[in-house]
Write a protein that binds this ligand. Structure first.
Ligand SMILES: Cc1ncc(COP(=O)(O)O)c(C=O)c1O
Length: 401
């Protein structure tokens, strides 16, 4: 398969689409069913079909489509009755949404430092963060790299905690035989514009419990029940539904995904082998037991002393100037203004959190602070480039020594 190349730098452009996406969208327009419809009639077939297709792809029993990945996390927490006074352990190295969704439920996120090799939450640090208020853990599979879910499950089971996997980077990732999102009680996904399956905005939740799926569905559709009548509202709920246009696009993107996923996995291995041979470059190590990786991002960590004490900003600038695209890394959550000043939500006591004011210093999160200062990320579409283009990245990085 050949992908349309960015005219400026010759790397593939994202998102990738063809006449199938265009026809799918015009099909929705002509159908006059522009939303999924009431649960009883399910008039707009794309939303309902996408849910089935995505569940099948992720090897889960249930999938609920929502309007983004942030509310996907909130919806699971709400369905599990996690809220006021509860604590939820979240990786410190993720997009703000993994924690802001916790804030939305009036619970308090507690940040966990990361492993320096895999860049995902350090399982060895979890137990020290558990208190009598802890209700759940949100592992984030950064760049599609699975958190060691078997070990995390042991800890969660011992302490009676829920695991909600944030799989926003991990569509298609597989660890020890299971697709991500099936290890915990639920998995949440984002289909925002940069994601590896996208419709501009969108999200989904997968789970294997019918009871939980029903509760989540009710929450995201105004307290309705699947197969219930239109104006029967059984429980408190809101409207986080996905629309037909997004679902129609997602169905086409999902068809394209397996081939892209295969190339990304092959090329990541190819590129990783060559980059790791350069002194001072370490590619994100896949967690032992990973069988497939979503590769939403492809992070590398560099040793400044091997590159004339170059800063991350200068390193990135040089790559970009030479036509090699990068994306900005997430600043660790403890560094974000909203978590430093702790004035987040009226009436909520954040004083027991392990962040805020003087607690938000880098020394309290040493690994992520160090990694953030010397890592660079390539977007997933880079991995769809030809091997010759990938070689050019390796050669250019070598030339910076
Ligand atoms: C790790 C992670 N969690 C959650 C989200 C939230 O997804 P969305 O932007 O669709 O709300 C994102 C994406 O942006 C993300 O990267």
């Amino acid at each position: 398969m050949s992908y349309k190349q960015d005219r400026k730098n010759n790397f593939p452009e994202w998102p990738i689409y063809d006449h199938n996406e265009i026809n799918a969208l015009s099909g929705v327009i002509k159908s006059r069913n522009w939303w999924g419809g009431f649960p009883g009639d399910q008039k707009g077939e794309n939303v309902w079909r996408f849910q089935e297709e995505f569940a099948r792809f992720q090897e889960a029993k249930h999938s609920i489509a929502v309007c983004n990945g942030t509310v996907a996390i909130e919806s699971v927490l709400m369905a599990l009755n996690v809220g006021m006074g509860d604590e939820v352990i979240v990786s410190d190295y993720t997009f703000v949404a993994s924690a802001s969704a916790v804030i939305a439920t009036n619970a308090v996120p507690i940040f966990c430092d990361i492993d320096p090799d895999t860049l995902v939450m350090d399982i060895n640090k979890i137990e020290s963060l558990i208190t009598e208020r802890t209700k759940a853990i949100i592992p984030v599979h950064l760049g599609g790299n699975p958190v060691e879910l078997d070990r995390l499950l042991e800890i969660a089971n011992k302490n009676d905690l829920y695991i909600i996997e944030d799989c926003s980077h991990a569509h298609g990732s597989r660890y020890k035989g299971k697709r991500m999102g099936n290890w915990g009680i639920a998995g949440t996904f984002s289909f925002q514009a940069s994601k590896i399956i996208t419709s501009g905005e969108g999200g989904a939740i997968i789970c294997n419990s019918e009871d939980l799926a029903d509760k989540i569905y009710s929450y995201i559709d105004c307290g309705r029940r699947k197969n219930g009548s239109s104006y029967a509202h059984y429980s408190y709920g809101t409207n986080y539904r996905l629309g037909e246009f997004n679902a129609a696009l997602l169905r086409k993107q999902l068809e394209k995904f397996p081939e892209q996923h295969k190339i990304r996995n092959e090329h990541a291995q190819y590129l990783g082998k060559k980059l790791n041979e350069i002194d001072g470059i370490q590619v994100m190590k896949l967690t032992r037991g990973t069988e497939e990786c979503g590769y939403y991002i492809y992070p590398i960590v560099f040793d400044p002393s091997q590159f004339g004490e170059i800063t991350k900003t200068a390193f990135k600038k040089k790559l970009n100037k030479n036509g090699i695209p990068t994306v900005d890394n997430y600043p660790p959550l403890h560094k974000l203004d909203c978590f430093k000043n702790i004035k987040l939500k009226k009436g909520i006591d954040y004083s027991k959190a392990n962040w805020g004011l003087e607690k938000s210093i880098n020394n309290n999160f040493p690994v992520v602070s160090d990694i953030y200062s010397r890592s660079i990320e390539f977007p997933h579409e880079t991995l769809l480039a030809s091997k010759i283009k990938l070689d050019s990245i390796v050669e250019y990085i070598k030339s910076l020594k």
